[in-house]
Design a protein around this ligand. Structure first.
Ligand SMILES: [Mg+2]
Length: 364
């Protein structure tokens, strides 16, 4: 590292994305080592339309995945042991891990119980080396908490997040600023966050396999093909992502969801189910005394093929028209029958805030 000059040059951003490996499953294996080395998962029961929340790598070898129906998981892996989730325990472990992160920087942005961005641009430990900070964090979480964290280091959130997945599990991958251009150019388009199966298929149909293939496309063309998301694609395919790491995002989400015994066949049927869900949500918000802290409205859909999508927008209170619009938007993404519908709000109240995931619990 060179010494800062008097002219205060722009600070090179250094972002670490930390992501625990099969988090819930790791915590369970830590607490009961006899679970190691055999396929196991944390999730709901196969006979109650439960889903897999997390599974270990032994289970993944059988094709078991997060968000897969437990019944299907057991079909793929008959010896799969499925434990019920112990959310309170995972939250406590998460608190310990985040306390370690915060010893390095205040700029910690949680994405879930086990995932966060850390902006270490101004850190002084290890002479400011983000790579060495990431290594130390990984070591400390392993030693002090007993689970493994994979980490990605890069000059933006976009690059750091992709990098953390590169050497998973228990891996570290560093993309130096000078390497970003080539790294992103070679990146398959479906690695871009927000590019789902449908968008990826469309990109491939139009001849774009990698981010590099997209670069000759004009901003206009990308907008024409992909609407508002096109502008983001224009930047991301060039490795440009200026989003800041924003702490204080200790959000609490309040949500209500329902898994239907019979799939809802179409959008009309989904819209008809909104009212009772919103009524339940309002009751929960009242019980949590969360009025005035809401800043986001969300709708979640899980389709008959088990793919899940979440649509959200800013909002201060549950609003039927807004939920109907979000639902229509989410439904259009796949247009399949729907097995689960959820409505929720996110709050940003710092005092009561607690790291929270979308509630899996409803399914257990
Ligand atoms: Mg994880």
């Amino acid at each position: 590292m060179s010494a800062p000059s008097d002219a205060t040059p722009p600070v090179q951003r250094k972002i670490i994305h930390c992501d625990c490996d099969c988090f819930y499953a790791s915590v369970e294996m830590r607490d009961d080592p006899s679970l190691r080395g055999r396929p196991m998962a944390v999730g709901g029961s196969p006979d109650r339309r439960g889903v897999i929340a997390t599974c270990n790598y032994e289970a993944r070898a059988f094709g078991v995945r997060s968000a897969m129906a437990s019944a299907q998981a057991v079909k793929r892996c008959p010896d799969l042991l499925i434990l019920r989730p112990a959310m309170d325990k995972y939250r406590e472990v998460s608190r310990q891990i985040f306390a370690i992160y915060r010893e390095y920087t205040e700029l910690v942005e949680p994405l879930s119980l086990d995932e966060a961005y850390l902006d270490v641009s101004l850190c002084t430990q290890h002479a400011g080396s983000a790579t060495r900070i990431a290594e130390e964090i990984r070591q400390r979480v392993r030693d002090q908490v007993g689970v493994t964290v994979s980490a990605g280091v890069g000059p933006s959130k976009f690059v750091a997040k992709i990098a953390s997945d590169w050497n998973k599990p228990d891996g570290l991958f560093v993309v130096r600023p000078a390497a970003v251009d080539a790294f992103v150019a070679a990146l398959p388009v479906d690695r871009i966050h927000g590019v789902g199966t449908v968008t990826a298929a469309k990109l491939r149909r139009l001849g774009a396999q990698t981010c590099g293939d997209l670069r000759p496309w004009s901003a206009d063309r990308l907008h024409r093909e992909f609407g508002a998301f096109g502008a983001r694609l224009y930047k991301l395919c060039r490795g440009v992502d200026e989003r800041e790491v924003t702490p204080e995002r200790e959000r609490k989400s309040i949500s209500v969801e329902e898994t239907y015994a019979d799939d809802l066949p179409d959008l009309q049927a989904c819209l008809a189910e909104l009212e009772p869900l919103i009524a339940m949500l309002e009751a929960r918000i009242a019980r949590a005394q969360a009025h005035g802290t809401i800043d986001k409205l969300t709708v979640k859909l899980r389709f008959s093929d088990f793919r899940q999508t979440t649509v959200e927008c800013r909002g201060q209170a549950p609003d039927r028209a807004v939920y109907a619009r979000l639902l229509s938007e989410g439904h259009a993404r796949r247009g399949l029958p729907v097995r689960l519908l959820g409505v929720g709000v996110a709050t940003s109240d710092r005092d009561r805030a607690q790291l929270e995931l979308f509630e899996w619990r409803q399914n257990y």
